[in-house]
Ligand binder design. Structure first.
Ligand code: M6R
Length: 609
């Protein structure tokens, strides 16, 4: 985790760093720090807590500095403290790091023997001392960095600055994201694009094993052996306003409201309604892979895993393929049986989740074709899979995933229709009908969003309860999991999602007059059984908050609260049902006064195991 940022150029370095780090805080926010030049010497400022604490100790009139680096931390080695905050220093060098250096203990031992002194518990401090130890023996900083890299094991993105060369900085990527922004007479480096999006859209993605030399004159990229590489820059389409709050109180609320637009962008250019076809374009799967495919394996973490659970229903029913779903962090450890007749699909908003990336690598090591469903263009997962289906949800800043989830579900629906047609198991008429419903979806979401006040009202009545149970069946069961995850991660209320039929096998013991039970139900083949579950909860004094299709008077008559979603085809009900659950979690959290966009202990991209 952690966000790193570097700037070299003509603008005020301190404000550029602070501004960039603010947009990277979603990656970690237990401490922050920056390094810049003041009268030829490097000044380091660090502080525990969020960026606002750091800002309090920064000079009111920042000096002119040719370059600088910054960091916002999510602790791995060493508790959040000023000593453990980055940048770390050794001799004339300062360094920021994202990732983990696995052999830092043995490296530290050698450096201690050489006489180096350490002030933090971090693996990062070892890296700056290692580079410095080599640098002090003579030669260029770039050679010192290169020679240090061969001794380091683990995953990292680092950025180094030397007091001896203030107009240049060096950044390295090996396993953690790093992207370069190119401006006029200036260069940026950051863990993610929003850090510099308001200044440039011209980007170069660093690959693993690449070293970037940045100066106001431009960028040079080398491989770890020092050979010069030629890299193409790309113009990204995100605009800075997309990464701002746009008048909403929180990024989370903004991102919930962006879902109609985000889904339009996921569908855009991918459907031919009259022909009943889904065109994947750049995400097209090789013909031989489709022909050979006997099974799909979906992997992801957190919310993306919930999307995978819905994806199983969609792909099995629409594309007629057997599907397995794995939590990415478990996948490689059970030595999964994989072959070239499988297709492994990694689902990830960030495209940087270490476990999902490792699952993809596991599949590739067994010659299994891979595809990713990903939001962040150019991310590691998108580059390592054979094919990538971008969701185009735009930057998701709030730590809790919202639009990423519903666009993943949209992508999975499109993929299922596409595969169903290519495998000749889905008729043209059925595909036309499904596409028609997909196209209506954004308007239906807008309709739900118009009733936010009703959700706020429910939130105000239930925000004091300590436990919530979310029950649903079939395709809506993963949505119950997702609703519960949203509530627990942003409001810190304990919440569980359960398949409604499982309630009587244990969770029913929890039900009493202090347990709100959220019910998700549409009028499908198990509707009657869900009604029975509701009666069982009521008989034990539990409160019922139902989310149902409009016109469902039966459920309304036995619920304490009811919120209606528009009528929708069954395969799309997970998308619509998710929206009010996101709003419920949001308003409960706002009422409880928690930090909605940056909940405690979490980070947006989990780039460590
Ligand atoms: O970027 P990814 O989709 O791979 O992230 C996976 C999870 O870390 C993520 O969904 C996490 O569970 C969110 N906090 C959920 O809101």
């Amino acid at each position: 985790m952690c966000g790193i940022m570097g700037y070299v150029g003509h603008r005020n370095v301190v404000s550029m760093l602070v501004d960039g780090l603010r947009r990277l805080e979603y990656r970690g926010y237990d401490s922050a720090g920056i390094a810049y030049f003041e009268e030829g010497e490097i000044e380091v400022k660090r502080s525990v807590g969020k960026l606002s604490s750091l800002e309090e100790i920064l000079p009111p009139l920042p000096p002119d500095s040719p370059s600088g680096i910054g960091h916002t931390r999510w602790a791995t080695h060493g508790k959040p403290s000023e000593e453990n905050a980055h940048p770390h220093r050794s001799g004339s060098l300062v360094l920021v790091h994202n990732g983990i250096i696995e052999n830092y203990i043995s490296l530290k031992k050698g450096l201690l023997e050489e006489g180096h002194e350490f002030v933090s518990d971090t693996d990062t401090e070892v890296v700056v001392h290692l580079i410095d130890s080599i640098y002090q023996r003579g030669g260029s900083l770039e050679t010192a960095v290169k020679n240090a890299l061969v001794q380091m094991h683990g995953s990292y993105a680092i950025c180094v600055l030397s007091e001896k060369d203030p107009e240049r900085m060096i950044a390295v990527r090996s396993g953690c994201p790093l992207v370069i922004g190119l401006g006029k007479d200036e260069c940026f480096v950051a863990s993610d694009i929003p850090a510099f999006l308001s200044h440039t859209r011209e980007v170069v993605y660093l690959e693993d094993g690449e070293i970037a030399l940045l100066s106001a004159k431009g960028l040079e990229v080398l491989d770890f052996k020092g050979a010069r590489l030629s890299k193409e820059s790309q113009k990204i389409s995100w605009n800075p306003v997309m990464a701002e709050k746009g008048g909403y109180r929180h990024f989370l609320q903004k991102e919930i409201h962006e879902q109609p637009r985000a889904i339009v962008d996921t569908i855009r250019g991918r459907v031919a309604q009259e022909e009943g076809e889904v065109i994947l374009g750049a995400a097209e799967i090789n013909e031989a892979v489709v022909k050979r495919c006997k099974r799909v394996v979906l992997v992801g973490c957190g919310t993306s895993w919930h999307a995978a659970l819905v994806g199983k229903f969609l792909l099995e029913e629409i594309a007629g393929l057997p599907v397995e779903v794995d939590i990415a962090s478990e996948f490689r450890y059970r030595d999964p049986h994989l072959s070239s007749e499988d297709l492994v699909i990694g689902i990830s908003q960030s495209g940087e989740t270490a476990d999902t990336l490792a699952a993809i690598r596991e599949a590739k090591s067994k010659n299994t074709p891979t595809l990713s469903i990903c939001n962040v263009v150019g991310s590691s997962i998108s580059r390592e899979t054979d094919t990538v289906f971008y969701t185009h949800a735009g930057p998701e800043i709030s730590v809790a995933s919202t639009k990423a989830f519903t666009t993943q579900l949209t992508a999975l629906t499109l993929l299922a229709i596409h595969l169903g047609r290519r495998r000749a198991v889905l008729s043209k008429e059925k595909a036309q009908e499904m596409i028609h419903h997909l196209i209506l979806l954004p308007k239906q979401i807008e309709e739900i969003l118009r009733h936010e006040a009703r959700i706020e009202d429910i939130a105000k009545r239930y925000f004091r309860y300590r436990d919530f149970l979310y029950l649903a069946r079939g395709l809506l069961y993963p949505v119950a999991l997702e609703g519960a995850l949203k509530l627990k991660e942003i409001s810190y209320i304990h919440a569980e999602g359960y398949p409604a039929g499982e309630m009587k096998h244990g969770p029913i013991a929890l039900i009493d007059e202090n347990m709100p039970v959220v019910i998700l139900a549409t009028k499908d083949k198990v509707y009657g059984k869900v009604i029975s579950n509701v009666m069982e909860v009521k008989a034990r004094g539990g409160m019922i908050i139902s989310f149902a299709e409009e016109g469902d008077t039966d459920l309304a008559s036995i619920s304490d609260e009811i919120f209606f979603i528009p009528k929708v085809s069954p395969s799309l009900s997970p998308i619509l049902m998710t929206i009010p659950l996101q709003m419920l979690a949001y308003h409960i959290s706002v009422t409880r006064g928690t930090d909605v966009d940056q909940p405690r202990n979490l980070a947006k991209s989990v780039t460590v195991e």
